[in-house]
Design a protein around this ligand. Structure first.
Ligand code: 5GP
Length: 192
């Protein structure tokens, strides 16, 4: 998606530890017009699919998922990062190792909002090692819903998540795939 790649080149900041900061337009300040274009593009890529629910993970996936959901005309459910114990029964749970914070946390979704009959598209801002998506896939599988695919805004193609998710047979559409990025020169190379 060319306007997204141009925006990453213009406003993305490469940090140490293979982190790309896109706070200026994606996950702190949010460019809603760009999100609308992202929604249209994902709708185009998944036009052959029936989707009745979008699932994302708090926090930075939520804003994007809401705008994307307008293109699909369906509700958004976000997995919560759980802080309380003794939650078994009413919720689906999985564990996710955070890329940015390096710790493991539980994620939950209420059984009320996901279940058999749902056709689910996963949405997230970044794909790095794939742990967030794997956690969401676990929740979908646990619920008995059908996983249609995953739409990612920025995939870091030099990390292992893309291969791991695709090798599970999940249909993965990433709108910009960063092949390499250089903290010193600021150069970003995208996959075609
Ligand atoms: P994964 O679980 O695929 O390793 O990492 C995905 C999650 O980590 C995303 O939900 C995103 O919030 C965060 N993340 C991973 N890499 C980056 C990055 O380079 N920049 C930012 N801003 N967030 C990232």
């Amino acid at each position: 998606m060319q306007i997204l790649k141009d925006r990453i080149r213009k406003d993305g900041v490469i940090k140490s530890g293979d982190v790309l900061k896109v706070d200026r337009f994606l996950n702190h300040q949010m460019d809603v017009e760009l999100f609308t274009e992202i929604g249209k593009e994902l709708k185009r890529r998944f036009s052959d699919c029936e989707i009745n629910k979008i699932l994302t993970i708090e926090a930075s996936g939520i804003g994007i998922a809401c705008i994307v959901a307008q293109s699909f005309g369906c509700p958004v459910v976000f997995a919560k990062k759980n802080k309380t114990k003794n939650i078994a029964g009413e919720v689906y749970t999985s564990k996710v190792e955070s890329f940015t914070h390096g710790r493991v946390y539980d994620i939950i979704v209420s059984k009320e909002f996901l279940g058999p009959g749902d056709k689910v598209l996963l949405i997230d801002d970044f794909l790095a090692n794939g742990k967030a998506l794997e956690g969401l896939i676990d929740l979908v599988n646990e619920s008995g819903a059908e996983l249609v695919g995953a739409g990612i805004v920025i995939e870091k193609g030099f990390q292992r998540g893309g291969d791991a998710i695709r090798s599970k047979g999940v249909r993965l559409e990433s709108l910009a795939i960063v092949e390499s990025m250089d903290e010193k020169t600021g150069e970003i190379v995208f996959r075609d």
